[in-house]
Design a binder for this molecule. Structure first.
Ligand code: 6MZ
Length: 337
């Protein structure tokens, strides 16, 4: 019988919370540094830290990372590497997410950035895995920028690209959802896009919870801190939660794996999806998140399979795709019993 790590790699898995620029593996970062170090020698000195004192320190890492993906060739390379790594780790359905970004010095516009990501997904997605894209609106955006992101999503989908949802992400201490709300409302009304919102990662933005929930998000990212009113709404509506254990412990938004809030969701039978968030920064693949859940909460292989299988219910896809994936999971289970 395979050991737990091998089992978790082989297990077919769903990944729906993976930020492209947080998912660059050390190898990918090294390859990108090598391409750029002549122009920018400072890049050679950067290292991802072993842990962070506070989540605030996380967002400043992107000042460096964004220098690695500041042109279309690098963005295409990064996207391809990330898909290959997830596929090698047993992911069968992947929803990547990214924030449109421009760099005028390299001729990259927000539109060409998204086009590059989507073209790479369309042409380089490894066999045996489906990849879709969620477009992210950054909390630091102006409403105009957020509306432009929605324009890009609508246009890309019209061209037949698999944009499947809209996300609210970014520095938890900055900006506000209310200021950007009209863009999310338009994404929902004009585009019928499902929404996933980073939710209550830190106590400082818990006050936003009623506003975030009032738009009826289809999924929530993290939902680390739940007060009674939020918990009641989330449970009543059975809103699936994207769970990123290593990310939360690494950035100190939860004190330890044992105290992770997924424990409560497991006990309540509430829908959740184990995810990586930023596998490059946090150094943890999706299979490792399953190993952690198993070791921390005593989940057996049957329960790990169930967690992965039930995640299919929460993906941003139609019933036909969900049924196809359920059949793949079923066939895998028959082979591995
Ligand atoms: C909130 C996060 C995040 O979009 O450039 N991001 N936002 N909370 C988190 N939890 C730790 N992890 C990543 O990927 C990087 C961007 O994703 C968001 C941040 O805005 C970060 O700049 P993309 O591909």
């Amino acid at each position: 019988m395979a050991n737990l790590t091998d089992f978790c790699v082989q297990l077919p898995k769903i990944e729906v919370h993976a930020h492209i620029n947080g998912s660059l593996s050390p190898q990918t970062m090294r390859a990108l540094v090598a391409r750029k170090v002549d122009m920018n020698p400072e890049l050679a000195a950067f290292e991802i830290p072993d842990s962070l004192d506070r989540i605030d320190d996380f967002f400043s890492l992107f000042k460096f990372i964004y220098q690695l993906t500041d042109d279309e060739v690098s963005v295409a390379f990064a996207t391809q590497q990330i898909m290959e790594e997830f596929a090698a780790d047993g992911v069968r359905y992947l929803e990547l997410r990214t924030t449109p970004r421009a760099n005028s010095a390299k001729g990259m516009t927000k539109a060409s950035y998204i086009d590059t990501v989507l073209t790479t997904i369309a042409t380089k997605c490894p066999a045996g895995m489906l990849t879709k894209l969620i477009i992210s609106i950054d909390r630091r955006n102006t409403l105009e920028e957020a509306q432009y992101t929605v324009d890009l999503a609508l246009k890309a989908r019209e061209c037949g690209f698999p944009i499947v949802g809209v996300d609210l992400c970014g520095d938890v201490m900055k900006g506000s959802f209310e200021a950007l709300r009209p863009a999310f409302e338009r994404a929902r009304q004009q585009g019928q896009f499902p929404l996933t919102l980073h939710f209550n990662e830190v106590k400082e933005n818990m006050h936003e919870a009623p506003e975030l929930l009032s738009i009826y998000p289809e999924r929530l990212g993290h939902a680390t801190l739940l007060d009674d009113p939020s918990r009641a709404i989330i449970y009543e509506r059975a809103v699936p939660v994207e769970i990123c254990m290593t990310s939360n412990v690494f950035s100190k938004t939860v004190p330890s794996y044992e105290d992770h809030h997924v424990k409560e969701l497991l006990e309540e039978g509430h829908p959740f999806i184990l995810c990586t968030d930023d596998k490059g920064v946090f150094g943890s693949d999706l299979s490792n998140e399953y190993v952690l859940a198993a070791n921390t909460f005593g989940l057996n292989r049957e329960q790990l399979f169930e967690a992965s299988f039930k995640s299919i219910d929460a993906i941003f896809a139609n019933n036909e795709t969900k049924d196809q994936l359920r059949a793949i999971w079923g066939a895998w289970k028959n082979q591995h019993q």
